[in-house]
Write a protein that binds this ligand. Structure first.
Ligand code: HEC
Length: 433
């Protein structure tokens, strides 16, 4: 059925990956200087996928810019990389749509390279092979360009030199006195605060907001390695007059007292202009009847959400609390055929939004049901579990559990939807040749 083309392409990508894996060892063996070295083989991988976080002044505990800095961590790097704990990117690569924006995860081939390097004694190699250092973006700069409107957290937030991780919501008045359509949005720590801001998600709250405990209506996510969101032409997100901005923050100490003042910057469509396509973000598949027995390691719950209109899904993010383990989102089409769109493992330390690449973003006809399945781990194997001897259920505190997905999409009328489907078909026909 034509609706599944998003995934057909996904499968092709997976196949290509698998072929890459098969090809890797033979190519390596064919080379004379088969030894994997830091300067030639490993440094480029670290530059692309690790250094944004692993450099002095950023959020990770150690810098991985040079051989000297990296060598002492070789064993630990091998372990984290082979288990796909690092870089933090937990989408399932074997099922569902493949192709995400800001994807810094490693290919199977890159993982094999890192493992081989460590197994071989982590040699430096020829210094002349070392790539030029990566240039990092200026953190003072707005990636979306100068914003029209900036809202900060209510007051500077001080993170002590040594303190447990802090998760929580901070809220500020937006000061907007009229409804505006957002064209671009970026959430950004202050320059000094940057190393302690592990993660930040912003949302809008007004008198219609039903979600009293969460972030309100999703606005933007800040995570290292991501840029702000500049919506495609004619696409926008509404911020209502007198909305508050809620900042869901995750602060982590870095050994020095540090003060942050995270803010969100907005660019608007001109006054009175209503974009053709309205970006929606919503809780999908909420299940508030959770029953997670003490010690149980794999407890499943299901929730459902019916799409009222033809929709193009732009992003998927699992939302679970400490005991979360994994979540999948499936489309149940109006003809009852089914397709898994995405599955992602969950680690409470990382709240990652997976933004679909434009050419694979699922196109779902009106009436499609999004089926969200979540698994929780209440055993002691879960490092975030404070008390495996306790039953857990639904609730608003972070010691309670939740189960839903944050999904973003925009709606399309029949004509626009047919057009997008046809374009998708054509694209995949080209790719299949
Ligand atoms: C998005 C930011 C980010 C990226 C990208 C990232 N890391 Fe990390 N890494 C962290 C943070 C933060 C920690 C501290 C532990 C935690 O919070 O999970 C960490 C921890 C680690 C550790 C364990 C350190 C210890 O104290 O034992 C290793 C090893 C590691 N990372 C290696 C890597 C490698 C190798 C890459 C790239 C292939 C990478 N990381 C990519 C942020 C990142």
């Amino acid at each position: 059925m034509s609706l599944t083309t998003g995934c057909r392409f996904g499968l092709a990508a997976v196949l290509a990956l698998a072929l890459g894996v098969v090809a890797a060892p033979s190519t390596a063996a064919a080379q004379d200087d088969a030894q994997v070295t830091f300067t030639r083989d490993v440094a480029p991988i670290l530059q692309r996928s690790c250094q944004e976080c692993h450099r002095t002044g950023s959020i990770a505990p150690m810098s991985l810019l040079t051989y000297e800095e990296t060598r002492p961590w070789a064993r630990s790097i091998r372990e984290k990389v082979v288990t796909r704990t690092m870089p933090p990117w937990y989408i399932d690569r074997n099922i569902g749509v493949q192709g995400f924006k800001y994807d810094y995860s490693l290919s199977d081939e890159e993982i094999a390279t890192v493992a081989a390097w460590v197994d071989d004694g982590a040699p430096r190699g020829n210094p002349a092979d070392m790539p030029p250092p990566r240039e990092f973006r200026d953190i003072a700069e707005w990636k979306i360009g100068e914003p029209d409107w900036v809202v900060e957290i209510p007051e500077p937030f001080v993170v002590a030199a040594e303190a447990p991780n802090w998760w929580g919501n901070l809220e500020s008045e937006s000061g907007l006195t009229e409804d505006r359509w957002i064209k671009a949005v970026e959430t950004k720590p202050s320059i000094d605060g940057f190393p302690v801001v592990h993660h930040a998600v912003t949302g809008m709250v007004n008198e219609d907001t039903e979600d009293t405990s969460g972030i309100g209506d999703f606005l933007n996510e800040y995570a290292l390695g991501k840029n702000g969101d500049i919506f495609p032409d004619g696409t926008g997100r509404l911020i209502k007059a007198n909305s508050k901005i809620r900042f869901n923050m995750h602060y982590a100490s870095i050994g020095v007292e540090t003060t942050d003042r995270t803010r969100v910057g907005l660019q608007f469509y001109p006054q009175g202009v209503v974009p053709e396509r309205k970006l929606i973000s919503a809780h999908v598949g909420d299940d508030e009847d959770l029953d997670i027995p003490a010690g149980a390691s794999n407890v499943r719950h299901d929730g459902y959400y019916r799409l009222k209109e033809n929709s193009r899904i732009t992003a998927f993010q699992a939302h679970l609390h400490n005991l979360g383990k994994r979540q999948c989102m499936e489309a149940i089409y109006p003809d009852n055929s089914k397709e898994i769109l995405s599955c992602a493992d969950w680690d409470f330390g990382w709240h990652i939004v997976y933004n679909y690449e434009d050419h694979v973003a699922p196109l779902l006809p009106r009436g499609t049901i999004l089926h969200v399945t979540s698994w929780h781990d209440n055993s002691e194997a879960n490092r975030w579990n404070d008390d495996p001897t306790n039953w857990a259920g639904f609730g608003q505190r972070s010691s309670d559990e939740m189960s839903f997905a944050w999904v973003s999409w925009y709606e399309l009328d029949d004509e626009a939807f047919e057009k997008e489907l046809a374009e998708r078909e054509a694209l995949h026909a080209d790719n299949d040749e």
